[in-house]
Design a protein around this ligand. Structure first.
Ligand SMILES: *[C@@H]1O[C@H](CO)[C@@H](O)[C@H](O)[C@H]1NC(C)=O
Ligand SMILES: *[C@@H]1O[C@H](CO)[C@@H](O)[C@H](O)[C@H]1NC(C)=O
Ligand SMILES: *[C@@H]1O[C@H](CO)[C@@H](O)[C@H](O)[C@H]1NC(C)=O
Length: 259
């Protein structure tokens, strides 16, 4: 086995990872106009216990999803980065960094924070949207890194212990674009109408593995780091190429400080 993928982690090309450097993108709407609907209700289903992987239906409210989906194409000024190859071949999805003071951004981060509970961390990486059209994909990677990340403000070291990948929007004609975990077997209830998001896809060794289909407003949550701080290779994953249509995704990464 080569270790090449093991050092790969996902990043955002060309972003200053600090707050306060973004203009007021969303002027004209006051926080009082829009309330967080914390009680909109989401449903969870465990897809794997060890490592922990949870599917969350209706993670976003319809208002949140509508709002995030309305962000203009011209605001997707960055690229989601796994390696230079993806960028050269123009298969890396486009990224729009959101205004971190936006009321919807705060709603979503609050929800993630409460979901994390005792696993929580007070700080999150900048929230952004990734837009995947044809032929965008993200090659196999871990969200966490062997070398800790460094918070640009506090200089504290952290890793991405937990990940939420939120399917903000999946177009009706979307084909492909599944989040694929080649090392995880699909759960026994795969293929049942009760959870159309869970699919079985053969991995490159020919064994069935877990795929999660993008369904608007749902999310998948998993752990990327073992309790001892090492990377958990079982949750390496890839964003399979979009063959038709479009999906908009959102990564939520809490900063789990190491010190
Ligand atoms: C998009 O970016 C432009 C600057 O290029 C900014 O003026 C505009 O407010 C942004 N709009 C949204 C909806 O993000
Ligand atoms: C494919 O799945 C099997 C069974 O889960 C696993 O042992 C194997 O490592 C996987 N292959 C790849 C390339 O991830
Ligand atoms: C997946 O692999 C199984 C054997 O593990 C095989 O029976 C099946 O045909 C394969 N499916 C595809 C789509 O290749």
């Amino acid at each position: 086995m080569t270790a090449s993928w093991s050092i790969i982690f996902i990043a955002t090309l060309g972003i200053l990872w600090s707050y306060g450097s973004h203009s007021e993108w969303f002027a004209g709407r006051s926080a009082a106009d829009i309330r967080c609907n914390d009680d909109h209700g989401y449903q969870i289903e465990f897809l794997s216990q060890e490592p922990l992987l949870i599917h969350i239906q209706n993670f976003l409210s319809t208002n949140e999803a509508t709002y995030f989906t309305s962000i203009l194409a011209e605001n997707y000024t960055h690229r989601l980065y796994v390696n230079d190859d993806d960028v050269k071949k123009a298969v890396a999805p486009r990224l729009a960094v959101l205004d971190q003071e936006d009321v919807f951004v705060k709603c979503v981060l609050n929800r993630a924070q409460r979901f994390l509970g005792s696993m929580g961390s007070p700080d999150f990486e900048l929230l952004s949207l990734a837009r995947y059209g044809v032929p965008h994909q993200v090659q196999i990677h871990s969200d966490a890194s062997h070398e800790p990340f460094v918070d640009s403000k506090s200089q504290r070291q952290y890793n991405r212990r937990t990940s939420f990948f939120v399917y903000v929007h999946a177009s009706d004609d979307l084909e492909g674009g599944e989040t694929f975990f080649p090392r995880l077997p699909p759960p026994p209830d795969v293929g049942l109408p009760a959870n159309p998001a869970v699919v079985s896809i053969n991995n490159s060794s020919g064994a069935p593995a877990l795929g999660v289909k993008p369904i608007s407003r749902s999310a998948v949550f998993w752990l990327s780091v073992n309790p001892d701080g090492t990377l958990d290779y079982n949750t390496i994953h890839e964003g399979l190429p979009v063959k038709k249509g479009e999906k908009i995704g959102m990564n939520i990464w809490a900063k789990h400080y190491i010190d």
